[in-house]
Design a binder for this molecule. Structure first.
Ligand code: FB9
Length: 486
């Protein structure tokens, strides 16, 4: 759903542009994060042929943190020059200045200063020239102003050697008009349109799903394919380092298939690494020390979570060399052989977010959870240690719900274990943080629905669907609808 202002601005700029536009340049022009433009591109792409977007890598020069500081304050050698008064300065005193050690030798080689060793009480530094040009600062300011092309290769490599400049590869989109281009965003039949949502004639789950999708797209996440309800035990459990004797793999928790009972196409080299990790350990893990069976892994089932899709996406990511960081999401149906009650059916929609990058920690996970839930209007979060077979550490996420006047569990999260990631072939220094929640829970709370059967199933009152108002997740529920079991 591309009704965000960035998407509309992009379309208007595209209308006026001859040929196309670059997402990074548009972000700079609009004064927004590049991710926001990427999110708008992705949501426009989801609408069909409104735009064409070609991913491309552009290299560009950026200042390092030290480079930014020098662009602001001047080079160390310039600061040393400016610190020497007409009567000179004891070298010992100069070397104690913040820029002394780094700037002294450069100021000497520039012949801006000299040392008189004949002075009685020790070597004294004097200026050689009355003024100087701080070329380093000037060049860095050119780069900061987007004029790196005015520097010669030699000048750039010198700044890079001093770690003041770095060349970054930026993945940007070259956006051009699609065959169905329009500046007023119209939606394909299968896609939600603001009109459809605001008309209210949409099932509440679909409306809430669309808003979660928009949040992920704005955060720069890419939607994972999840169109296989049937999954192998291998991808649903074994690839996640969930042992074959784990209770969740029993019939009373999981729907296994009679026909087709077995998954025949598994990536056998990867399967062998998974088998070894479960049975003997490896990658620093002692494993579970049991006789892992391929037949067990081949058993087909109705996926019990969308984390199986995350496993597939991460395995695909691991095959791409060199590793590039990624942010994925999914929102789709999962099936559990649960005891049914007012808030539990044998299926629900799981929402899952995954971030893969070098050196991610629990702090990064807390940060991305805060950003995600803040977009839902949920700002008071608490994290509680938890256990998942495939994440360590794991946290349950709680939020204080003003309407319900109590802390409610709003999701679960964790860092995928190395025993899951390393057999896939992901580099050792890559970590993956992830979190999940359901679609039904927030929908029930926001629409004041007490019994899950009012939301899904053959007893749904279609008038409710027709009448249900446009709802914003980040707004408080209507006063009459706050007594809901979370
Ligand atoms: O959605 C849940 N609660 C929730 C979410 C949002 C919300 O918003 C309100 C508008 C303000 C309110 C409530 N829960 C998760 C928490 C509970 O409801 C829980 O009792 C039920 N859980 C489901 C599973 O139960 C079998 C919700 C479902 C769930 C739980 C965990 C995950 C996904 C869905 C997960 C995960 C995960 C963990 C680590 C790595 C990857 C995925």
């Amino acid at each position: 759903m591309a009704d965000g202002p960035v998407a509309e601005l992009l379309l208007r700029r595209l209308q006026a542009a001859d040929g196309g536009l670059d997402s990074a340049e548009l972000a700079a022009e609009l004064g927004v994060e590049h991710q926001a433009v990427v999110g708008a591109v992705k949501s426009l792409q989801a609408l069909g042929e409104v735009i064409e977007a070609e991913l491309r890598s552009t290299k560009r020069w950026e200042l390092t943190a030290e480079g930014e500081e020098i662009a602001r304050e001047g080079s160390h050698e310039a600061r040393v020059f400016r610190s020497v008064p007409p009567e000179g300065l004891a070298q010992s005193e100069l070397m104690r200045l913040p820029s002394g050690k780094v700037g002294f030798s450069k100021a000497m080689s520039n012949k801006w200063i000299r040392v008189d060793k004949s002075v009685a009480d020790g070597p004294r530094v004097f200026r050689v020239v009355d003024s100087m040009e701080d070329e380093v600062q000037r060049r860095l300011q050119l780069v900061r102003g987007g004029q790196a092309e005015k520097l010669g290769e030699k000048e750039k490599s010198e700044l890079r050697k001093r770690k003041l400049l770095t060349e970054v590869t930026l993945k940007t989109y070259w956006v051009s008009k699609g065959s169905a281009f329009s500046t007023s965003i119209s939606k394909q039949e299968t896609e939600l349109s603001p009109e459809m949502i605001s008309s209210g004639h949409l099932h509440p789950l679909l409306k809430v799903r669309s808003q979660f999708r928009q949040i992920f797209l704005e955060m720069g996440f890419t939607e994972m394919p999840t169109d296989n309800f049937i999954e192998s035990s291998f991808w649903n459990f074994d690839a996640l380092f969930q042992p074959q004797q784990h209770p969740a793999r029993d019939q009373h928790d999981t729907f296994f298939l009679r026909d087709p009972a077995e998954a025949l196409q598994l990536p056998m080299d990867y399967v062998q690494r998974v088998k070894r990790t479960h049975s003997q350990g490896g990658y620093g893990s002692q494993g579970y020390k049991y006789n892992w069976k391929l037949d067990e892994a081949r058993k087909n089932l109705l996926r019990t979570h969308t984390t199986s899709a995350s496993a597939r996406a991460l395995y695909r990511l691991a095959q791409k060399k060199p590793f590039t960081p990624a942010k994925y999401f999914s929102i789709d149906r999962v099936f559990r052989n649960e005891t049914l009650d007012a808030t539990h059916l044998a299926e629900f929609h799981q929402i899952e977010g995954v971030v893969a990058d070098h050196g991610l920690t629990l702090g990064h996970l807390m940060g991305v959870l805060r950003e995600f839930f803040t977009k839902l209007g949920i700002t008071q979060l608490r994290f509680k240690p938890a256990y998942n077979p495939y994440t360590e550490p794991s946290m349950e996420v709680f939020s204080y719900h003003q309407g319900l006047k109590k802390w409610v569990e709003v999701g679960n999260s964790g860092i995928f274990r190395p025993e899951m990631l390393l057999p896939m072939g992901l580099p050792e220094n890559v970590s993956v943080i992830a979190w999940g929640l359901s679609l039904e829970r927030p929908t029930m709370i926001k629409y004041g629905i007490n019994n899950i059967r009012e939301l899904v199933g053959h007893k749904v009152n279609l008038q409710m669907v027709y009448d249900s108002p446009l709802c914003r997740l980040d707004a408080e529920p209507r006063p009459s609808q706050t007594q809901v079991a979370a």
